[in-house]
Every structure is written in structure tokens, then in C-alpha cells.
Design a protein around this ligand. Structure first.
Ligand SMILES: [Zn+2]
Length: 438
């Protein structure tokens, strides 16, 4: 090994040991223009057809400070396309990730329910796949919550996450974190320095990455021959069945089913070994990927179910488009009716899906003035594009609304349990598809 190669690796190893945030390259200012992708992210063919168009939207996590309310916000096209070759559902336009992820305001630790879910994933898979001395790498490690659930002292942990603000938080809780996008060169470097990993985990992150080939090549190199690559992604089937169109946002480039995922892995010498379904985010699949190219019985069964559900057919998405367009009329109409009836309405949660729903439906502060969110970093800011003021959850008691619009509908069970006092005094929860929850 030359001295030039040895130096950055030694530096990386030292910083990993000291649990510090590591920056491997200088941050380049974002290019504010989006670009159009004409080839499928899973199979690289160009058989993409547009199935849903949500117009031009601001980046869903680009929250606006009060002093910036008069300034112009960037907007980018948001349209969903289906690959007729492999069934991959994906965005047609890519916003530069530096614009979307360098200062990320979602912290895994802010939701106990999600922290528990990911912690369990880590401990179970570490027990199944990682021998003493083994390395566990998490791609998109956020604030280190999931990795810190592992209580074993005989394994080594490494997080990789491009958001500098949360990488600092992870490092402060003792999880060494590389503040970078996971890529084939980073994976190769980690493999050289720390050895191959017995477990690589990527939860809710694969959908955010444009170049999936780069990630899969990185995994192929970094993954130990007996190791497992465990992915969690929101599943396409419930997204379509329940018309979760507000989970379409610029960060979320791919909407996975097993079929395109298996095709993608096969192109990189990997295969889908096992698929499990969880009721997280309205329906999430946990996919265990290993070395070697073949179809497991589990994968075969899922492919059959997906074919029966028509997940690769354009007609399936035509129904989704129809429901979406209907919501664009019905939701603002309902809010206007409540306003005329003198009812107070407060939004609950300022997740990315809230930004998308409010912007697509054109719901400004006249129909919905304020929302609450439990993430302190969002409080005091305003929703991108539609400018609802974001307040702490205690605003629910100050405002005492008649209705709460549940923008963070994926956390409904947790929220309803937390706000039982509001419900007890007659408050009503309204889903964005106008269902009243009790
Ligand atoms: Zn494809």
C-alpha cells in the first residue's frame, strides 16, 4: 500500500476509534437545479411511464424561518413513473441530495416507537449474523439510535450518514459516524480499514438514493461472504392500495416492491433471501439480502403475490391518480366547511408528507394556520410553500381546537394514545383522507 493510500485510512481508523464525526470530502454548495432521469433505477431500461404528477413542490423538509417568509422558495417537479420492464415505481426528477440531506430534521430518537422498532431490528440481526469481533455498518444511521441499541461489547459499530447535524449527535452517544453518502468508494475504504461487515443495515434510506448501483456495488464489496444486508423500505403495495400519495416527495426517489429489488440485487451478485412485512409507516418490508444469485422460495412467493396485485401494471396507478385528484378538492373543501362552521382546526405533525399534502391541495394559512410537531428543531419554523406556523405539541392545550388534522397519520396509534385527554374532552382527529378517528 502506498503512503498516499495509507494516510487517509489511518486517519479514518483513528477517528472511528475516537467516535468522531468524519468528513471525507469538502462540502460543495448545492446546485439548485433538478435533473430528469430517464432510465429505471433498478433495471436501467428506459421504459418509464408517468403515472402521477404532483406538480412543482418545494423540498418537503426545507422549513422556512419567520424572517424568510417573504423570500422566494425553490420548487421542483414531483412526478411518479412506472418502469414497465421491472415494475419499479420511481420519481422522474432528482433534486441534488446536498440540498435535501445536509441538514436533516428528522431524528429517529424523537419517536420512541420507531427507536424501539429499529433497535429490535439491530439486536435480532446482530444475534443472527454477527460473530464476536464482527462489524455492523448502518447506512443512513441518523442520530445513532438503532446502533446504540446493541448492547454487545464484542462487536464493532459504524454509522454512515450525510447529515452533519445528526452525525454529531450520533458521535456524541459513542457511535462512530462517517458524515458522507454511502458509496462504493466509501464502502471499499471501510472494508480495507475495518474488514468486511457481517451485517449492513439500511432502514428507510435506499429509497432516497439515486444511484442504487453504486450502493449495491459498495455492499457487495463490504459484505462478508456469510453476512447479511438488511433493508427496510416502505412497501409499494399498501402505498398504492391506500393511496399514500403524500409519501411521494423529492427525497423519496424509489417506491419498492420485491420484484424490482430482486432484479437490482441480482445485477450485483446478490439475492433476496427473506422478506418480512411490518405495520410501520403504513406497511414496510424488511428484506434480507445475501451474496449469490438465485431466487429463494420466499422471494418467489412474493413475486407471485405482487403479480396478482397488479403492481407492475399502469392501470393500478390510474386508480391511485384518480383518488389523489379527488383529495385535492375534498380536503380543502372540508377545511373551508369547518371554518365557516366556526370550528378551530390544528394540524398535527410537520412531516415531509404534511408538506406534500398541503402544497398539492393548495391549503394555505387561511384554511390551516398552525401545526404542532414534537421535533424541537422544527418548532418556530413554517411549513415549506404553505407556511403554517409550527408549534410545540403543548399548543394543542393552548388552542384547544375542535379538530386536529392528522398530517403525521403514520403515527396515528401512538398519537391517539398520547392525546387521550384531548379526545376525552370531545376533540376529534381527522385523517387527510377525511376519516374521523376516535
Ligand atoms: Zn426497471
Amino acid at each position: 500500500m502506498s503512503t498516499e493510500q495509507a494516510q487517509p485510512q489511518r486517519a479514518l481508523a483513528e477517528r472511528m476509534e475516537r467516535s468522531q464525526v468524519i468528513t471525507l470530502s469538502e462540502f460543495q454548495p448545492a446546485d439548485p437545479s433538478s435533473w430528469e432521469r430517464t432510465s429505471c433505477r433498478a433495471c436501467l431500461k428506459t421504459d418509464l411511464v408517468e403515472v402521477l404528477n404532483l406538480g412543482e413542490q418545494p423540498p418537503s423538509n426545507a422549513f422556512v424561518a419567520t424572517e424568510d417568509l417573504g423570500k422566494q422558495e425553490s420548487r421542483f417537479p414531483l412526478s411518479l413513473r412506472l418502469c414497465e420492464s421491472c415494475g419499479m415505481v420511481q420519481l422522474g426528477h432528482v433534486v441534488p441530495p446536498e440540498l435535501l440531506f445536509r441538514s436533516y430534521l428528522f431524528f429517529t430518537s424523537s419517536s420512541k416507537w420507531m427507536a424501539d422498532h429499529f433497535g429490535k431490528l439491530m439486536t435480532e440481526n446482530a444475534a443472527e449474523f454477527v460473530p464476536p469481533g464482527g462489524l455492523i455498518v448502518e447506512i443512513g444511521s441518523n442520530d445513532g439510535t438503532a446502533l446504540s441499541a446493541i448492547q454487545r461489547s464484542d462487536v464493532r459499530l459504524l454509522g454512515i450518514d450525510p447529515a452533519r447535524n445528526i452525525s454529531v449527535m450520533a458521535a456524541s452517544r459513542g457511535i462512530p459516524t462517517i458524515a458522507e453518502f454511502f458509496s462504493e468508494p466509501i464502502a471499499a475504504e471501510v472494508a480495507k480499514v475495518a474488514g468486511q461487515a457481517h451485517l449492513i443495515v439500511a432502514c428507510n434510506v435506499l429509497g432516497h438514493i439515486n444511484n442504487l448501483d453504486d450502493v449495491c456495488e459498495g455492499v457487495r464489496k463490504l459484505l462478508h461472504p456469510q453476512g447479511a444486508f438488511v433493508i427496510e423500505v416502505p412497501y409499494l403495495a399498501p402505498f398504492v392500495e391506500r393511496n399514500e400519495y403524500d409519501t411521494i416527495y423529492h427525497e423519496h426517489l424509489s417506491y419498492f416492491a420485491v420484484r424490482p429489488l430482486a432484479a437490482l440485487m441480482n445485477r450485483h451478485g446478490l439475492h433476496v433471501e427473506r422478506v418480512q412485512l411490518f405495520p410501520v409507516h403504513g406497511g414496510t418490508i424488511r428484506v434480507t439480502v445475501k451474496h449469490g444469485v438465485w431466487r429463494s422460495d420466499d422471494a418467489q412467493a412474493w413475486l407471485k403475490r405482487e403479480e396478482a396485485a397488479g403492481l407492475s401494471k399502469q392501470s393500478t396507478y390510474a386508480r391511485m391518480a384518480e383518488l389523489t385528484i379527488r383529495n385535492k378538492t375534498e380536503l380543502p373543501t372540508k377545511l373551508a366547511e369547518l371554518k365557516r362552521a366556526g370550528k378551530k382546526v390544528l394540524g398535527y405533525g410537520a412531516p415531509a408528507k404534511g408538506t406534500v399534502r398541503l402544497n398539492y391541495c393548495g391549503i394555505g394559512t387561511d384554511l390551516l394556520a398552525e401545526v404542532t410537531d414534537s421535533t424541537p428543531a422544527k418548532q418556530g419554523l413554517h411549513i415549506p410553500g404553505t407556511h403554517q406556523h409550527i408549534r410545540a405539541p403543548s399548543a394543542l392545550n393552548d388552542i384547544n381546537p375542535d379538530y386536529v388534522l392528522l398530517l403525521a397519520w403514520n403515527h396515528a396509534p401512538e398519537i391517539l394514545a398520547r392525546e387521550s385527554a384531548f379526545i376525552a374532552r370531545g376533540g376529534k382527529f381527522l385523517t387527510p383522507w377525511l376519516e374521523e378517528l376516535k
